[in-house]
Ligand binder design. Structure first.
Ligand code: HAM
Length: 411
C-alpha cells in the first residue's frame, strides 16, 4: 500500500462540520469592520522577505526563527506572511493610499504562517482577522479599533476576556528608556536566563515576557517605560484611557505589557481569555506610527490589531454542524430519475437548498439518505407527475404538484 500523507506538523484541515464556527468568527468580524467603514483588503500569501525583516524587525522571534522563507526560481527570497500589518502598509505605500482621504481604514482575514512549536492555540498555519486605521495619530482611532475588537468579543460571546493596555511611547522616548533598561539588565545579568542575557542589547523589552524565575524577579524591580513617557505621549495615553472609560470599555493598565513585534509605538493592547492555557491572547495590537515611513512611505501614524481565529474558537467551543437541505427529492420509478435531477437543479437555481441521492440507490436507500442529511422535507415523485411531500419531523404527508414546490413555505 502506498504511504499515506498527513497534514504537515502544526497545520490542520478545517473539516466541513467545523467550517460553520470558523465562518461565524470571520463573518462576524467582517460585518463589524464594514459597519464601521473599514474596506476589506487581501494581500498576497507571500512577500519579499525584506518586507518582514524591515517591517516586523530583525530582533524579533518572528524574523529570527519563525519565518517560512524560500528562494523562488529567480533567486529571490520570499516569505510566507507571518502577520498582516507589514503587508497592508506595503500595499498602502505601493498604491499611493496617502493621497486618499485619511485615515484609510482596512480590514482583512486570512492564513498566516509561523514556524513555532505547535501546541494548543499555537500553530504553524493559523488564521487571523484584523483591522488597521492608517493616517491619523488621534486617540480617537486607538479607541475605535479597540472598540471593534471589544464588539467582536461581545458579539461572539467569548467568555472570560480581559483587555490590557499599555504605552510604549514614541520612538525617541523608547530609545532613551531602552538605554536605562539595558543598564539595569547589564548590572543584573547573572540572574537572568541565558536567552534574555543574550538579547539585552538587541531586544531588552522581551525580558518582561520571560517565564524564567530569576528573570521575573529582576523584572519586578525594573524601570518601567510608562514612567519615561514624554508629555505628548502621556497625554495621548491619558486620552485613550479617557475615551475607553467614556465608551464603557473595561481595561487593566499593564505597565509590563510588551508585544512580539518591533513596530509598535505609543498604545499597545492585548485581549486575553482565561479559558485558554498558555496561549491566552485572543487578539492584540497597537499603534505603529513609524512603520509606513520605514517602508518608504510618507510619515503616517497608524493603529490596528489582529486576532487569532483558532484561539477564539478554542474559547468558544461552538457546536459543529453540517449544512442540511430544506428538501430532499426522491423517486421510486427509474423513469422519474431525470425529472428529479431537473427539479433539483431548478430549485437550487432559485436559491433553495435541495438534496438528492447521487449514488444510484433505490427508494429505500434514498429515504435513508434523506434522513442522514437532516433534510426537513422529502418529496417523492410519483409516476403520474405528482409528488408526496413529507415533513420529516412529524411524518405528515400531502400530495402536491412538484412545480409548486419552490413557492411553498418550507419552514
Ligand atoms: P500578533 O500578536 O503576533 O500580532 O498576532 C495576533 C494574534 O494572532 C494573536 O493574539 C493570536 O491570537 C494569533 N496568533 C499569533 N500567532 C499564532 C499562532 N502561531 N497560532 C495561532 N494563533 C496565533 C500581529 O500579528 C500584529 N500584526 C497585530 C497588529 C495589527 N498590530 C497592529 N495591527
Amino acid at each position: 500500500m502506498a504511504e499515506k500523507f498527513k497534514a504537515s506538523k502544526g497545520t490542520a484541515d478545517i473539516l466541513p462540520d467545523a467550517m460553520a464556527g470558523h465562518r461565524l468568527v470571520v463573518e462576524t468580524a467582517r460585518a463589524i469592520w464594514e459597519r464601521a467603514g473599514y474596506g476589506t483588503i487581501e494581500t498576497p500569501i507571500f512577500e519579499d522577505t525584506g518586507l518582514f525583516q524591515r517591517g516586523v524587525g530583525d530582533s524579533t522571534d518572528i524574523v529570527r526563527k519563525e519565518m517560512f522563507t524560500f528562494e523562488d526560481q529567480g533567486g529571490r527570497s520570499l516569505t510566507l506572511r507571518p502577520e498582516g500589518t507589514a503587508p497592508v502598509c506595503r500595499a498602502f505605500v505601493e498604491h499611493g493610499m496617502s493621497r486618499l482621504p485619511q485615515p484609510v481604514k482596512l480590514g482583512y482575514a486570512g492564513s498566516f504562517f509561523r514556524h513555532e512549536k505547535p501546541q494548543a492555540g499555537r500553530y504553524r498555519q493559523f488564521h487571523q482577522i484584523g483591522v488597521e486605521a492608517i493616517g491619523t495619530e488621534s486617540p480617537l482611532a486607538d479607541f475605535e479599533v479597540i472598540a471593534l475588537l471589544d464588539e467582536l468579543v461581545s458579539e461572539l460571546g467569548i467568555p472570560g476576556v480581559t483587555l490590557r493596555i499599555g504605552s510604549l511611547g514614541s520612538l525617541d522616548a523608547r530609545r532613551s528608556y531602552l538605554e536605562v533598561l539595558k543598564g539595569y539588565l547589564r548590572e543584573r545579568s547573572g540572574e537572568l536566563s541565558e536567552d534574555v542575557r543574550e538579547r539585552i542589547e538587541i531586544n531588552p523589552l522581551r525580558a518582561f515576557d520571560s517565564d524564567h524565575e530569576g528573570t521575573a524577579v529582576v523584572m519586578e524591580g525594573a524601570p518601567r517605560l510608562i514612567d519615561h513617557l514624554d508629555g505628548a505621549d502621556r497625554e495621548h495615553f491619558d486620552e485613550v484611557q479617557a475615551l475607553l472609560r467614556a465608551g464603557g470599555i473595561e481595561f487593566e493598565l499593564d505597565t509590563t505589557l510588551v508585544r512580539g513585534l518591533d513596530y509598535y509605538t505609543r498604545t499597545i493592547f492585548s485581549f486575553v481569555c482565561d479559558r485558554l492555557g498558555a496561549q491566552s491572547e485572543i487578539g492584540g495590537g497597537g499603534r505603529y506610527d513609524g512603520l509606513i515611513s520605514q517602508l518608504g512611505g510618507p510619515e503616517t501614524p497608524a493603529v490596528g490589531w489582529a486576532a487569532g481565529v483558532e484561539r477564539i474558537l478554542l474559547a468558544l467551543d461552538p457546536e459543529t454542524e453540517t449544512p442540511s437541505p430544506d428538501v430532499f427529492i426522491a423517486w421510486a420509478d427509474e423513469g422519474d430519475r431525470e425529472r428529479a435531477v431537473v427539479l433539483v437543479r431548478e430549485l437550487r437555481l432559485k436559491g433553495l437548498s435541495a438534496g438528492i441521492d447521487i449514488a444510484g440507490r433505490n427508494l429505500k436507500g434514498q429515504l435513508k439518505q434523506a434522513d442522514r442529511t437532516g433534510a426537513r422535507w422529502t418529496l417523492i415523485l410519483n409516476t403520474d407527475g405528482s409528488g408526496e411531500l413529507k415533513r420529516m419531523e412529524t411524518g405528515e404527508q400531502q400530495t402536491i404538484d412538484p412545480g409548486d414546490l419552490a413557492g411553498l413555505d418550507l419552514n
